[in-house]
Design a protein around this ligand. Structure first.
Ligand code: MG
Length: 367
């Protein structure tokens, strides 16, 4: 595929409610949207880097700069296929979310040109996927429970609560008291240390699906140690940066379940390899969320329709995050979201929404 032009667009997406984790709070998303013009169809992708480098080291402004100065020129240099993008970009260290956005845009263009859906290309076996919802740290336990009650009334099948030291056992106990046995997992975003094992062990009685990323991103050994001390399964998110790391983590017994996010592992193709590693070892996976617009959500839904995704994903309807999505809104139906079946990722930004929400545009062309 001959990529003639790369458009980098910044889009401001106000969030319906602030999203607070152990490391930060987002009131709106500064989204980097990538469009490539090729000798075939245009390709679109959303970069999932957040506003600030608090989830991982990437952020939207940094992703924009590294694509403009380094990654974009490599893609423009010569024709490239989607399965060759990662190798082309390998000389630049790190920046998996920026690389994933470029790979997805090339893949989207290839599939649109061929008239084929991403879901079919990746090997999806379902036409809809179960929805879970991730709930940020609230101002009070009552506010948290009311927010959860709203999501459960909408049909979400699983709740994930963000936790941090001081906001863990009490909100979880309150959740169980009010909502009974609703499938529940927790996400600490690395906010604990092995010295907190007794607090994390106190969560065993709540029969959680898993505790996600209790310890630091580079601490596989610590997670393996913690797994021997608590009964709740450990899930890894930030730590799983590739299929190789997923295999190591599973072999070390550092995790019993894995969260897959294409942006975090450098793209959809590596995400499928992580899925395959986990499936071969009978480790369940779920698809994570990064407050995506409909563009990123469409790609996640195609991925989450693969057979190894046996846990409900952090895949929510558009109105969980935005009053106005960038694409046709995704709507929850009977606890599920439909997997897009149109060409490419199956969603494109709405022209009017794009015009109204864009804050900056930069176009890269061949030197
Ligand atoms: Mg997480």
């Amino acid at each position: 595929m001959d990529v003639r032009e790369i458009e980098l667009r910044r889009v401001r997406m106000p969030l319906v409610r602030p999203f607070r984790t152990a490391h930060g709070v987002e009131h709106e998303r500064d989204v980097l949207v990538v469009r490539i013009a090729t000798d075939g169809a245009d390709g679109w992708a959303e970069c999932v880097a957040q506003n600030e480098p608090t989830y991982t080291s990437e952020w939207a402004g940094g992703a924009h700069a590294v694509i403009r100065d380094f990654l974009g020129p490599l893609v423009l240099r010569a024709p490239v296929t989607a399965d060759g993008v990662a190798a082309r970009l390998a000389e630049v260290q790190g920046h998996p979310m920026a690389k994933a956005a470029l790979e997805t845009a090339v893949l989207d263009a290839e599939l649109r040109t061929a008239g084929r859906s991403l879901a079919s290309f990746l090997g999806a076996t379902r036409d809809r996927v179960e929805c879970g919802v991730a709930v940020g740290i609230a101002n009070s336990i009552d506010a948290l429970l009311d927010e959860c009650a709203g999501y459960l009334a909408q049909g979400y099948r699983r709740v994930k609560l963000k936790i941090r030291p001081g906001w863990d056992v009490e909100p979880v106990a309150a959740f169980r008291k009010r909502f009974g046995s609703v499938p529940l997992q927790l996400d600490a975003n690395g906010a604990y240390t092995l010295a907190d094992a007794s607090i994390l062990g106190a969560l065993d009685e709540f029969e959680l699906l898993c505790i996600e990323q209790p310890l630091g991103v580079d601490d596989l050994r610590g997670h393996a140690g913690l797994a021997r001390l608590i009964a709740t399964p450990i899930g890894l998110d930030e730590s799983i940066t590739s299929a190789r790391v997923a295999r190591e983590a599973i072999e070390m017994q550092a995790c019993a379940v894995v969260c897959i996010k294409p942006g975090r592992v450098g793209g959809l193709l590596e995400a499928v390899r992580v899925h395959d590693v986990c499936r071969d070892r009978r480790v369940a996976v779920w698809c994570g969320g990064m407050l995506e617009t409909g563009l990123g959500r469409a790609a996640n839904l195609a991925l989450a329709a693969l057979p190894g995704f046996t846990l409900p994903g952090d895949l929510s309807a558009s109105d969980r995050y935005f009053d106005r999505d960038l694409t046709e809104p995704f709507v929850i139906e009977d606890g599920h979201l439909r997997v897009p079946d149109g060409p490419g990722v199956g969603a494109v930004p709405d022209r009017d929404a794009l015009r109204d929400l864009t804050t900056a545009v930069e176009v890269l062309t061949r030197a």
